[in-house]
Design a protein around this ligand. Structure first.
Ligand code: DX5
Ligand code: ZN
Length: 244
């Protein structure tokens, strides 16, 4: 994308000077954990540029996944940024551990944070990019007081806890609203979407304005992760051209 393209945003603290408009963040939740490094490499070869790591505690969401030791191993397996999505209660207690393990981006749920402003500053104090996540039932307006201190907003388009669920279309108006607010308030956060991103839904998602596409099942569910990632990015790119 050329810098003169009006769709290209200045993305604040993100390290890329000229970021790609659309990035694919393969979610390892649906990967084969016995071959994680190979799976991550395949998704990266297919164009994935961020590795999405779903952390679940069995309390905030009804499932248990992984913690800092796996992030530490992944850190050795890839140079791509590790995007740690914390679906846990009391995230403050673990943020330092994830940052030390090698998390580059850390996001926390608005619904899990009693002192959201403090938690976001805590993430930034560890030199990680700070993201805030909203569940399908949580309105964008609940974030109005923190949008100026986040690097990205993650809109859940499924109820968190499991991969392979159906996309909830209500997420689209939240993305559009976040695009509007960013322009009105001259803010710099990026917009990420998570849940049910597939070849069937990706076009409307990028047309709404999402820039970082998390995809688990669509990349790792079946077939070759490299080919799957390529197809998703191709569909996203075509949808953006239609939008322009
Ligand atoms: C769900 C997780 C997602 C999950 C998405 O709670 O946050 O990141 O991996 O999976 P898909 O892409 O299969 O909907
Ligand atoms: Zn996630």
């Amino acid at each position: 994308m050329s810098p003169s393209n009006p769709n290209v945003q200045n993305f604040g603290r993100f390290p890329n000077k000229e970021p790609e408009l659309i990035e694919l963040a393969p979610s390892i939740l649906s990967a084969d954990f016995a071959h994680l490094a190979d799976q991550v490499r395949a998704a990266s070869d297919g164009g994935g540029t961020v590795i999405h790591v779903d952390v679940m505690d069995g309390h905030f969401v009804p499932n248990i996944t992984i913690g800092p030791p796996v992030v530490k191993s992944l850190r050795k397996a890839t140079d791509l940024p590790l995007d740690c999505h914390l679906m846990i209660e009391n995230p403050d207690q673990y943020i330092a551990d994830f940052a030390q393990a090698g998390a580059d981006w850390i996001s926390v749920h608005q619904e899990a944070c009693r002192h959201l402003d403090r938690t976001l500053h805590l993430i930034r104090s560890h030199d990680a990019l700070a993201g805030v996540v909203i569940n399908p039932a949580t309105p964008v307006e609940s974030l109005s007081e923190v949008l100026d201190i986040v690097d990205y907003v993650l809109v859940m388009s499924v109820n968190p806890g499991f991969g392979g669920q159906k996309f909830i279309p209500g997420a689209l108006h939240k993305i559009r609203r976040l695009v509007e607010i960013r322009a009105q308030r001259k803010l710099k956060y990026r917009i990420e979407i998570d849940g049910g991103v597939s070849l069937d839904t990706v076009a409307e998602i990028v047309r709404a304005g999402a820039e970082i596409l998390v995809a688990g099942n669509a990349v790792f569910g079946q077939g070759d992760p490299k080919t799957n990632a390529e197809k998703l990015l191709k569909a996203a790119g075509e949808a953006i051209l239609q939008k322009a």
